[in-house]
Structures are given as C-alpha cells and as structure tokens.
Design a protein around this ligand. Structure first.
Ligand code: SF4
Length: 54
C-alpha cells in the first residue's frame, strides 16, 4: 500500500486528484484512505512524499 510522509507533503492535492480512492486531504495534508495502490501519484508528487510500503 501507499504511505505519505506528512513532513514532506506540501498539500498540493495532486495525489488526491489522480487517485481519490487512495488519498484524501486532511488538515492540509494528504492521507492514505485505502490500500489501493496508485503508481501515478507516486511519480506525480512534486516532493517525493509518497512511498510504497508492503
Ligand atoms: S502529491 Fe505529494 S505533496 Fe501533493 S498532496 Fe499528495 S503527498 Fe502531498
């Protein structure tokens, strides 16, 4: 599944736009809301805040 590094996330919303089933915004940061993978967001995140974990 995906994981978001809250320290790195700048809240741009790109991951939520690309994969609304995987990410949601909470308090200006992205949070993972399901274990559905989203490779597009992995490469789209401008600050590399998204990582894939087992
Ligand atoms: S794309 Fe990256 S910086 Fe933008 S909201 Fe998602 S995790 Fe945060």
């Amino acid at each position: 599944m995906m994981k978001v590094d809250k320290e790195k996330c700048i809240g741009c919303g790109a991951c939520v736009s690309l994969c609304p089933n995987t990410f949601d915004m909470k308090d200006g940061k992205s949070v993972v809301i399901s274990d559905t993978d989203c490779d597009e967001a992995l490469t789209a995140c401008p600050v590399g805040a998204i990582v894939q974990v087992e």
